[in-house]
Write a protein that binds this ligand. Sequence first.
Ligand code: BGC
Ligand code: CA
Length: 299
Amino acid sequence: MASVKVECVVKESALIGEGPVWEESEQTLMFVDIAGQKIHRWSPSTNQIQSLETGGTVGFVVPRRSGGYVAGVGRSIVAVDWSTQMMTSLVAVDEDRTNNRLNDGKVDPIGRLLAGTMGKEEQPAVVQRQQGSLFSVNSDLSVTKHLSQLDISNGMDWSLDQKTFFYIDSLSLTVDAFDYDKNSGEIGNRRVVYRMEKGEGLPDGMTVDSDGCLWVACYNGGRVIKIDPVTGVRLQTVSLPVTKTTSCCFGGPDYSDLYVTSACLGLDQSGRRQQPLAGSTFRVTGLSVKGQPSNAFSG
Ligand code: BGC
Ligand code: CA
C-alpha cells in the first residue's frame, strides 16, 4: 500500500479556510475564507491563486451549471461571475434572524443546493444555540426549510445510491444520516452514524469517496477521519499539522488527492507559533481511494 503523505499546498493563511470544491473543467480547487470574506481559486499546475472579495462572510462556493459560481454570502445566495468579479444576490434566507450567516453548502446529485445557517459566533465554535436552519434551493430559486434549531449547520454529502443524506450539526458531536428523496428533496428518519471520540474535536466538513465512505474533517481535532457509514466504524485517521481542520474534498486529475482546509482564527499567539501552517490548505496523497466529481447548481 502506498504511504500516506500530507503536504501544505496553499500557504494562504485563511482565518477560516473552508468549503473546498474541485472544479473538473478548470482543474482548480475553489475554497473560501469565511471570516476573511474571500473566495479563492487555486491551480495546482501553475500554483497561482486568484481571489475575490465578497464584502461579507462567505460560507461556501459551488459551481453553477449556467456558468460561474453560487456562493453563500451573509444570509444571501449570490451568483458570482468570476471574469467580471460581479456578484448578484439570488435569494436570501433567515430574514427574521439578522445575526445569522450561511455556513456550509453543497449541491445534491440532481443539482439542488443545500445550505445551512448558524447563529452569531461569539468566538470560534461558541455560538448562540439553536438559531440555524437547513434549506434547499431549487433550480427555480424556491427555498424549502428542512431543519431548524440547529447550532452549527455543517458538512453534508450523499450516499452513492443517492438515497441517504449525510449531515453534521457540529455541536451534536455526531455525523448523522437521513433518508433522502432526491425527487422531492425531502429528508427524514434521522439517525446517528458516528459519535466523535475524545480528542477528535467537532465534526465539520465532509465528503463521500467512490466506495461510499465518509471523510470527516475534525475541527480542533487536527485530523480527517474515514468512516464506514454502514457499520459506523472509523476505518482510518489522517493527522494534519494544524488543529483546526475544517473541511475536505477529493480532487486532482483522477480524484485521488484529498484536499483539506484549515483555520487559524481562535488560535492565540502561542498557538500560532506552534502551528505556523494554520489557515493553510493541504493535500493528502497515497490514500488508495478516489473521490467523485462535484455537482453544479442547476438554478
Ligand atoms: C464554521 C465555524 C465554526 C466551525 C466549527 C465551521 O464550519 O464556519 O464558524 O467555528 O465550523 O464548528
Ligand atoms: Ca464547515
